[in-house]
Design a protein around this ligand. Sequence first.
Ligand code: AVJ
Length: 292
Amino acid sequence: MQPAAQISPKFFYDERGCALFEQITRLPEYYPTRTEDAIMARYEQAMAEAMGPCQVLIELGAGNCEKVRRLCRSLAPRQFVGVDIAAGFLSRAVQRLQQEFSPMAARAVAADFTQEWALPADVPRAGRLLFYPGSSIGNFDPAQAQHMLAHMRSLLGDDGALLIGIDLPKPREVLIAAYDDAQGVTAAFNRNVLQHVNRVLGSDFDLQDWAHEARFDAVHSRVEMHLRALRPVIVGWPQGLRQFAEGETIHTENSYKYPLGTFLGMLSRAGFGRKRVWTDARNWFAVIHAHA
Ligand code: AVJ
């Protein structure tokens, strides 16, 4: 038997994928974006006071740059750096931010967090705040997430800090609904990965052959997204053919739901010091400020 097929979730984010993800963030079932924003709104003042002045605000996985607007207002940094894998989508969003928040200087940096990545050498090191919202870190397994946290710590001087959003464990029905919505937007987002892969890797997946599936793995505390073959499928690649039996799946995403204590431990191991946590009344999501 061939090894289980996998596609990295980074391939979700072509132009259509970015647009579909924006739609996901507004779905009634998709609580993370809304819950995080409610925390950021409610504790805006307290957070700004706890964080102190910020010279350079750096957002990882910035996407449409919607989440950072509140911080641009409350912290008034000199400079904003948006980092994302979707270069075109990001640069348009950064241009809009630049127009709205001038004299703050805004720039876009394209980077793939699954590879070695760095900030441009001319981004000042003093007074950095790294912002990694949305529980995007949940796409990494614990070892990769630990590595990512250590890398983020290495980007900070002693006066720097990380502001990170993490999705917390919660009832399975809530999770499944969030990753398998009634309107089928998440299904379209998941299937779109095949179109993107067709374009960049030269495969010939037919989207009609694949069904969206969301599962919760309680052992790993993660939501998984898969694509299930609706019939026997043969996919052509430049390198040859890959056969899929009916019912066989391609694993496209993990979305870890780290318990708060576990995640705080990971931050400490990555070299972060003092931490402050803000959460919602249901304890569904946490925003953590971790000082270098
Ligand atoms: C952007 C990785 C935070 O895991 O919830 C949304 C992506 N996948 N619906 C998440 C996603 C399916 C999202 N992150």
